[in-house]
Design a protein around this ligand. Sequence first.
Ligand code: HEM
Length: 466
Amino acid sequence: MKTYRDLDGPPALPVIGNLHQIRLNRLHLTLERWADRYGPLYRARLGPIRVAAVSDAAAVRQVHRERPGRFRRWRAIEAVAREIGMLGVFAAEGRDWRRHRGLVAAGLNAARVRPFFPKLAVAVGRLQRKWERAADAGETTDLCRDLMRLTVDVTAQLAFGIDFNTVETEGPVIQRHLDRVFPMVHRRINAPLAWWRYVRLPADRALDRALAGLRTEVDGIIGEARARMRANPALRDSPSNFLEAIIAAGEDGRGKFSDADIFANVCTLLLAGEDTTAHTIAWTVHGFMQHPEHFARARAEVDEAIAPAMAVEEPEQVERFPFLDAVCNESMRLKPVAPVNSLEPVEDVEILGHTIPRGTMVMVLNRHIAMQDGNFGDGARFDPERWLAGAARGCPHDTEAFIPFGSGPRFCPGRSLALLQIRTVLAMFCRNFDVEPAFPARPVEEKHAFTMMPENLLVRLSRRAS
Ligand code: HEM
């Protein structure tokens, strides 16, 4: 059996290792470039942190599957989340994770999401009107910003029973606090040294302010839910959403969920549902801009399925968009919002014939796997058709190498909600709008700040011409 030391990898300097070769907001690109050069398992070093990067589909499935027993999320995620009061389902480990996971998964499962559709449709209608106003005024639209307003509204309504309506709110909204959290968490969990425990930089103070603002907002959400439950005690036995369920579980006398757990999970869901879904939709619109022929075909499909309505009105309708789904899959394959997943073995493990010592940072390169020609033929090409033809086309089409929502027991529990939102928004978009880059157009780049977002995606929307 070979050891970690036998692995190839980029040459490292004393003390700093490979830190000088990495820009944090382009981290995924560097890791992927190294995978091309050093293979499906290589080593690197971030200061004192030993890294093993994996981009072999079977090995990745194994790593994901062996959670929470043999692998956990990278330990800094738990430590950083605890410090900022967000030790919810995403960051928790072991038994804590299990008890959070049960309630969160139940609150977001498909059976809950489907009846929620009418409220989702109202939220998407608001976005449509906002974009119509922007189109009529000839304004530039920041797609990610508008979509993040939508996704927070939708998560809050499904999971907490609250209608923020930030899409139509002028002035400051809860997203301004959330926006600060992900980039700073990304910096801290990848930091070789926990500087913020010794000195507070302006960015740390900005995070503190954002967390204080978030605390006020989230305490308000929890307070409203408690008041609702006092007024209607039947909600304790039959909670109508995730928040009521976790409050009821916290008050059942067995102390299963503390106030801190409730706060942490409310924040976790707001964060987990915001950037991910918004950026996935934004990347797909970007794909449409680069491939007008796919846009035209998706539009024709939507027209046929929902005309004369201007947006989806029934949840069944979104199941009738095979080509639109194919475009979304292709977009998530090439532009996944989570191109890298940072994990850690809790004991010495074997990966691809090498012993990887416990405590190594194992970086799973989700996107790299989905782009390899051996897994998806002509893997770098944006080709929605591959999802319609599947393996029948005679070139590799390994759907197990496509894991935009992760895999194994910690697979994303928000997938159903995300897919329903994505399809509903994109159908509304195809049916109603034309799109072009705002002038002056700047290259759209991948920026990694915990999630991977399209930087510079500013557009001009117009009401569709034909
Ligand atoms: C397109 C949208 C989304 C994508 C691509 C996405 C992707 C992911 C990925 C890659 C993970 C990590 C999985 C793993 O470690 O194997 C994850 C976890 C998670 N996601 Fe999502 N997600 C999306 C939307 C949502 C939504 C809408 C919610 C809820 C409102 C949500 C809630 C969560 C939670 C709570 C976890 C942590 C699960 C755990 O650790 O057990 N996600 N997601």
